[in-house]
Ligand binder design. Sequence first.
Ligand SMILES: [Cu+2]
Length: 402
Amino acid sequence: MRHVKWFHQVLTVLSLAALAMASYWLAERNHNAVHAAISTSAPKAGFRAELKTEPALPRAGEPVSLSFTVKNGKGHTVRFLQFVHEKPLHLLVVSDDLSEFYHIHPEMQVDDSYSVRQTFPYGGIYRLYADYTPPGYGTIVEQFELYVEGPERPRVPLYADSQLTKTTGGLKATLSSDKELRAGEDLMLRFKLFDEKTDAPVNNLQLYLGSLAHFVIVGEDLNDFIHAHPLDAGEVFDPSQDPTLHLHDPSQLTKTLVGPSPSEVSAHVNFPRAGLYKLWAQFQRDGRIIVVAFVLKVAERAPKTKQAQAASAVPTDAIRINVTASGYEPSEISVKRGQAVKLAFYRADAQNCAGTITFPKLNISRQLPVGEAVVIEVTPTETGELSFTCGMGMYKGTLIVE
Ligand SMILES: [Cu+2]
């Protein structure tokens, strides 16, 4: 009899332990599921994108829906995102060793989210960069870390390329820079493109999402992200500008190049810090997207000369306007009609188009070198709004003249 009692006690203890372990396992699994996608960036201009994945815990080799819902500072869903480069949202995805790269486009859904299906080939950590533009605001890039369950592949170590000519997809690309690759410098990266077979300069590039190329650059710690585009695309036919065409479907509004393409494309880039960066250059040719990747080593910032220190100083009687990755801060300034006002634009880091400032109504256009305070003096003659924008009209600011 005593044995039976002892046996029951052991059984109870064992089943309690099993129960505890099962609930711990379940909690752990649920914990992982809920947190498969973690946002790694702060809200910008009050906007925040929420990422939901379906299934909640993505598995390698199985399709997963990535859904983004953009909310404004009041927590309201932003339904319509501005079409930039022909898409409302650009999603750049890299594996955490930077050996995998995807550039995909979530589309608007009936629930006002933006969703795209993706299949991750391997398990592990991926970094997602959601690049979107709320109407009337500058471009915002939010980062997410995504954990994918499943077999992982060996990590690919990151080494700087010793030679900067790569051949892929029938295209030979040579990368050069107008200056030594140094952090904080305004650099012009140039890509010379040749046909792999003939070695002749290419002349049949096509526009990809309205641009001759897309450059995506990610720093080795995954936090630094640059999405750059060539400034000049040559002569472009834009159906949305042709009044004889009554086209409303965005897919019919694709811009096309007129005539042969240039064989060189270049873009302004500024690396925020020293270290290794991987650059993916995307070109379109014969209807195919060709991705050429380079690993670049960026040197430390040049020590600031006395002259540079002086140039970066903002005069005491000027209004300082910081030019950052998400636009102008402040973006609205109240001024008095008939009174001269000094505006000191200071660009600490660079996004492509923020290198120029324009006051269209005043016919003012100035370059904004990184690290230099550029003072523009205006005397508004009329009350109302006086707008200023970046070179491509993506960043906007307003002088409220009273
Ligand atoms: Cu895109």
